[in-house]
Design a protein around this ligand. Structure first.
Ligand code: HEM
Length: 235
């Protein structure tokens, strides 16, 4: 007798079984993960909500544009540091679910960088290229920030799973650019504050970045040393 089940209906239990299998293998993550991701997603709007709230309650200070530029700049750096901390924390704690937050955190770093950049070119300079060039001549740290922002764009564009699959190994190579972005971000901050003789915060973030990038360098050197030792033993 011919079966009356449609191919779609037949695929349903298979999809369910595959999902259950994936969950059993830990591939879809623990049950609380979507809730935790939702909580992080909402919490990451706090810096923007704070600016909007301060705007409505007249608390942005005497120079609101400066307040917004500085706030979005600092939060870009904070999200950059948190994103870079995901892998070391995951390795140190063995908490693999942490990796599921990395893309979202990186995209928030890009989001705040875009707001920071937009505030500067729009509300500070009103798209006046001559005024921007004059400013960059006086404050070259802006060029460094711009370089960091430009480098963030391909990382944001290729952050999807589909892009990672498409680029294969090249994806990882491309995303190593984030280390250069980290260094440029600190240089931008340091240079800006050096002009004001106020290096307390740049020193703090510089130290955090040094630990995060130093950890990676250490892991890479250790892997190379182990590979060289294994190669020497094989000979
Ligand atoms: C990844 C990219 C970037 C990061 C991480 C970043 C970070 C920062 C930080 C931390 C500050 C100081 C905030 C404070 O005083 O507490 C700052 C200030 C500033 N940034 Fe950026 N920035 C980036 C990109 C850019 C870009 C693309 C521009 C413009 C083209 C820019 C222009 C400025 C300006 C003009 C200031 C100083 C504002 C003032 O004088 O008060 N930044 N940035």
């Amino acid at each position: 007798m011919e079966s009356t089940t449609t191919p779609q209906a037949a695929a349903l239990p298979r999809a369910k079984a595959a999902k259950a299998g994936a969950r059993a293998a830990g591939a879809t993550g623990p049950r609380w993960l979507p809730w935790a991701k939702g909580a992080v997603f909402v919490a990451a709007w706090y810096p923007l909500a704070r600016i909007v709230f301060f705007g409505f309650t007249d608390r942005l200070g005497a120079n609101p544009i400066e307040f917004i530029t500085r706030s979005t700049g600092l939060w870009t750096l904070v999200f950059l540091c948190i994103t870079l901390a995901v892998t070391p924390l995951r390795r140190l704690t063995g908490w693999n679910a942490l990796i599921r937050f990395r893309r979202m955190l990186g995209l928030y770093a890009f989001f705040y960088a875009a707001l920071h950049f937009t505030t500067y070119i729009w509300f500070d300079k009103w798209f006046d290229v001559a005024a921007m060039l004059k400013d960059v001549g006086k404050r070259p740290f802006i060029t460094v920030g711009f370089a960091a922002f430009v480098l963030l764009i391909p990382l944001a564009v290729t952050s999807t799973r589909a892009m990672a699959r498409r680029l294969g190994r090249r994806w990882q190579t491309l995303h190593r650019v984030v280390y250069a972005i980290g260094v440029l971000a600190i240089l931008h901050f340091w240079w800006m504050k050096a002009g004001k003789h106020d290096l307390a915060l740049p020193k703090l973030y510089g130290a955090i970045m040094l630990v995060l990038l130093g950890w990676r360098l250490g892991v890479w050197l250790l892997a190379r040393w182990r590979a060289a030792r294994a190669g020497a033993r094989a000979v």
